[in-house]
Design a protein around this ligand. Structure first.
Ligand SMILES: NC(=O)c1ccc[n+]([C@@H]2O[C@H](COP(=O)([O-])OP(=O)(O)OC[C@H]3O[C@@H](n4cnc5c(N)ncnc54)[C@H](OP(=O)(O)O)[C@@H]3O)[C@@H](O)[C@H]2O)c1
Length: 440
């Protein structure tokens, strides 16, 4: 008779409670698939009295998750507490030190301490699995780590935060403001009371750091990521994007460039015809560009109790079947230290929206500064309000109007230099809006 894999679940919130529920439901199927039964033996959370819709009397309750991690009744510790420090970090470190396998969905912990934890797990010969830490229910970690050995990855990018995609989708489809959509997202439970972490791009950055390491075989380096969120995107930008043939998405992009590995998170214009542009609402998507497979896009639920638990249980199944792989796809000693490509050297197309006075010569002045930096303009759109057009058909009122430029590929440093000159010449009355364009 094969001994079951004994699982201890630390954290019984949205994901943890779903993991316990699904493991009870999938009992026999897991044993059939993995060749070894899986049993939850112990659980830990802060509040023992809280109703979680679960019969917890079947499991040992251990108040301290670190004690759960060290319990002789547990072979595999599932950390679903969250946060890069405190109880989550202490639980994972204690589990590895005690020679236990670890499954976690904790991107913040991995982005900050992933390398040290992987090194410790490798030294102990234990598994450290984190499929749920990037793009929730989408099996992108397995895809990068196990399915693409025959490929050199050139770029990996994706919609990795459902809250941002929900907000941008509603702004685009209903013409609502960022603030209105954020309020709705909070009411529906898609956004936290303090939404900074999601809307300013930090959550996407944590996930991107993990994907970068797996895609390029480099040490995780979250500090190298350029991060910009969606809070300054206006409905006007979404309308202009539509007119120009684009949609705006918050993307995490990691790319091997001639100057090194570029990692960036920012609102991005993507062609309406691209797969990623079709992804709406809270759904996540990841596209991998690689030499043999060319382009692979995975689309699915990036969050939610059951979807995230699905990824966690996939990892538990791997451990039950005896698989212990290097957490980042290769032994830590063989991960390279990535050469950081500075954002100033980023090359790509740019959407630039300037607020300029409605008078002759302004567009020409802007174009001159762009040309001086060797930036070629693909299109230029000047939008006048209907009122201004009626009152002053010759455009001499001086009232502020948007002037939108789309550039061919240019370097970030050149764009910034041109914009500084345009501002210094008094040609704009508001800070410029700059949105990078990601072409296929
Ligand atoms: N929610 C998602 O859709 C999702 C998706 C992908 C990844 N993740 C990741 O999954 C992890 C869990 O997320 P979640 O949404 O399930 O969080 P959550 O609902 O806030 O649950 C966290 C759980 O941890 C418990 N906890 C907090 N401090 C503790 C401590 N000191 N000792 C023991 N237990 C403690 C809480 O206990 P009480 O219940 O007793 O207060 C709660 O049950 C996070 O790393 C998150 O980033 C979540």
């Amino acid at each position: 008779m094969i001994e079951p894999l004994r699982v201890g679940v630390a954290g019984l919130g949205t994901v943890g409670a779903s993991v316990v529920r699904i493991l009870a439901r999938q009992d026999n199927a897991l044993a059939d698939r993995g060749g070894r039964p899986v049993r939850v033996t112990a659980v830990s959370s802060r509040d023992r009295t809280r109703d979680r819709g679960l019969d917890l009397s079947r499991y040992a309750w251990i108040d301290d998750p670190v004690a759960l991690a060290r319990s002789p009744e547990v072979d595999c510790v599932v950390e679903l507490i969250g946060g890069s420090e405190g109880a989550a970090r202490a639980t994972v470190e204690a589990a590895i030190a005690a020679g236990k396998h670890v499954v976690t969905a904790n991107k913040a912990l991995l982005a900050k301490h992933g390398l040290a934890l992987a090194r410790a797990a490798e030294a102990q010969g234990t598994a450290l699995c984190f499929e749920a830490a990037a793009a929730g229910g989408i099996p992108v970690i397995k895809t990068l780590r196990e399915a693409l050995h025959g490929n050199a990855v050139r770029r990996v990018y994706g919609i990795l935060n459902g809250t941002c995609n929900y907000i941008l989708t509603r702004m685009e489809q209903e013409g609502l403001s960022f603030a209105e959509c954020l309020k709705d997202a909070q009411r529906l439970g898609y956004a936290e009371a303090d939404p900074t972490f999601d809307v300013e791009g930090f959550d996407t950055a944590h996930k991107l750091a993990i994907l970068t390491s797996l895609a390029f075989g480099v040490e995780i380096d979250a500090d190298a990521i350029y991060v910009e969120g969606i809070s300054k995107i206006s409905t006007l930008d979404l309308r202009m994007a539509d007119e120009l043939g684009y949609r705006i998405k918050l993307l995490g992009v990691a790319e091997r460039t001639k100057t090194g590995i570029e990692q960036r998170v920012h609102p991005t214009m993507v062609p309406k015809s691209s797969s990623i542009a079709q992804v709406t609402g809270v759904t996540n998507a990841v596209t991998i560009d690689a030499d043999a497979v060319r382009e692979l896009t995975l689309i699915g639920p990036g969050a939610g109790g059951e979807a995230t638990a699905s990824a966690v249980i996939g990892d538990i199944g791997d451990i039950a079947s005896g698989a212990v792989r290097p957490p980042f796809g290769r032994p830590v000693a063989r991960l390279e230290r990535a050469q950081r490509a500075p954002m100033q050297r980023h090359e790509g197309g740019y959407y630039i929206r300037l607020t300029v006075p409605d008078r002759p010569g302004v567009a020409a002045g802007v174009a001159t500064h762009m040309a001086a930096q060797d930036i070629s303009i693909e299109s230029i759109l000047q939008k006048r309000s209907e009122l201004a057009a009626t009152k002053d058909p010759h455009g001499k009122s001086g009232a502020p109007v948007p002037l939108v430029l789309v550039t061919y590929a240019a370097e970030e440093a050149a764009i910034r230099a041109a914009l500084d000159k345009i501002a210094a010449d008094g040609l704009i009355s508001e800070p410029p809006q700059v949105i990078r364009i990601e072409r296929e």
